[in-house]
Design a protein around this ligand. Structure first.
Ligand code: TRP
Length: 340
């Protein structure tokens, strides 16, 4: 028997993002931009995973704002609540319920082998169990909706492989409920931060908020590291290794790229000039999103409504899966023992 695919003509997609507040260039290039495109021909579930955030640094005072601001970024970037289900993880209790049930089949050995776990736990004196179990919750996120595919960055492939493993083990023991989700890898590769070294992230403070005003974009981009071999203004540069140039390729009009690269190689345009063009391209690219975000900030009730109805749709879908899961795992005991 083939595991039941989620119904509907469009393949179902699930992805999640931690609520780190407003999205930045790395979130946009690595995920959001692709999510917006996937909406065209997929049935998409996009989730703000606030419960995953509990395994890292967070404060109960800031978390709600981080969730709200990320929701605004989602909508401003073009996620469309008419076509996609946009919701917050903690609004759908079945995520944590299924994660617990997956504890029955998730292998601790595999959890301990996860690179992200090893990296994060290495620096800790006392490791919270949630850090180890993080990928179980992630598997529950995806499998709860019986998603066929998951857009992820390279760094999440290992977690997705574990979700597939959990699906296989669960299906083998309790019956075919979960399709094995396939990764959809983005085309952006690893997005390097403005420091030219680390992955772009808010915690490294090496990125730009997508909703930043043009002067803020400039003040951030101005600090970007370029080709380290180019010391003087008229030294020849190497666009192929320059991180600023790699950002040009995402944001600057493609017709201008040959000139920009050529002038860099010839040493006829300095890095500061080149960054100025990049800052303008970025600010221009996000102008319509800044407008949408401003409209949403002026009408927060709209954001609340969208997340509210997204959660209702997600809960309905989740309940269908959970009914089968509870039954298969022997948790519907009332149906199975004699009534008094
Ligand atoms: N772990 C993912 C990250 O840090 C976030 C995430 C949680 C996720 N649940 C998910 C991604 C389910 C894809 C699918 O990026």
């Amino acid at each position: 028997m083939v595991p039941s695919q989620a119904s509907g003509p469009r393949p179902r997609v699930f992805s999640g993002m931690q609520p780190s507040g407003e999205a930045h260039l790395g979130n946009y290039l690595g995920a959001l931009r692709q999510w917006v495109r996937l909406q065209e021909d997929h049935e998409c579930f996009f989730c703000i995973v606030d419960q995953h955030a509990l395994t890292g640094d967070f404060s109960p005072e800031d978390l709600p704002k981080r969730v709200f601001d990320l929701a605004v970024s989602f909508l401003a970037a073009g996620l469309d609540p008419e076509r996609s289900v946009i919701f917050v993880q903690s609004d759908v209790p079945a995520h944590t319920e299924l994660a617990w049930l997956f504890n029955a089949v998730a292998p601790v050995g595999e959890l301990e082998r996860m690179t992200q776990y090893k990296d994060k736990s290495a620096k800790m004196e006392s490791i919270p169990a949630g850090l180890l179990n993080y990928p179980i919750l992630q598997a529950a996120d995806i499998l709860l909706y019986r998603a066929a595919a998951v857009p992820v960055g390279e760094d999440q492939l290992q977690h997705l492989e574990l979700a597939r493993e959990i699906a296989r083990r669960w299906n083998a023991r309790f019956g075919d409920v979960f399709p094995e989700p396939k990764p959809i890898l983005g085309d952006a590769g690893r997005i390097v931060g403005l420091d030219g070294g680390a992955k772009m992230s808010k915690s490294m403070d090496n990125t730009v908020r997508i909703l930043a005003e043009p002067d803020e974009v400039w003040s951030r981009v101005r600090t970007a590291v370029t080709d380290p071999q180019r010391v003087r203004r008229d030294d020849p540069g190497r666009p192929e290794v320059c991180n600023v140039y790699s950002l040009h390729r995402h944001f600057t009009d493609p017709a201008r790229l040959p000139d920009i690269a050529g002038q860099c190689r010839a040493g006829t345009r300095g890095c500061v000039d080149c960054k100025r063009i990049l800052a303008e391209s970025i600010a221009e690219h996000f102008a319509p999103m800044r407008e949408r975000a401003a409209a949403l900030h002026a009408d927060p009730a709209r954001v609340h409504d969208i997340l509210h109805s997204g959660a209702a749709r997600a809960r309905a879908e989740a309940e269908t899966t959970m009914a089968r899961v509870r039954d298969a795992m022997g948790l519907l005991w009332r149906n199975a023992v004699p009534t008094p």
